[in-house]
Design a protein. Sequence first.
Length: 215
Amino acid sequence: MPDTAASPVMSVVADDPYETFNRQVFNFNAWLVREVVNPTADWLGWLLPLPIQQAGYNVYNNLTEPEFIVTNLFDGNSEGAIRSGQRFAINSTLGIAGIWDAASWMGYERREVEFIESLCAAGWDPGAFIVLPAIGPASVYPAVMVTGFFAVEWYALSLISSTLATADLVVDLSASAASLRHAREVPDEQNSDPYVVQREEFRRYLETRCLHRSL
């Protein structure tokens, strides 16, 4: 018998109701990676020492901890939400705005749950396939949640300090570029249809993240 648990996820992605829009954004992202992201990453990789690169990575990780408070709650994991809050408090203070991962050193391990996983755990359909500018493949509902979350975060930070809000925006954009380049690599343009390759790659990712949540 076919795996009925897989059908909703596969059909959502295969339908691709926004294909015309998605293909246009896909082409833009391919150009962005080729002409902007890769040259900039190569230049920064040569220019910045590894300790500075690691510090930037730590700062970004700290800024995403509030996201995991929300997603752990959707996942029904209140302990994970508390742990994410503890990590954010520790690294924002003792870790000097997250430059040093003091929380991990103190034994507070990171509890990562992506928005897609949290929706699946809550029994919600992640929605149709969509390609986002400068980010890459996504599903509609997690994309809306992420956009809303970061809009609230930037607004809250701007009330504290415009410099802090600007720094957060720069870090988020840098992380999006890194995600587009590595986690959601644009398939080789020599492929007969690289857009379909990326869509199928995201379908497999969605299955991996969601199917075990619905079993």
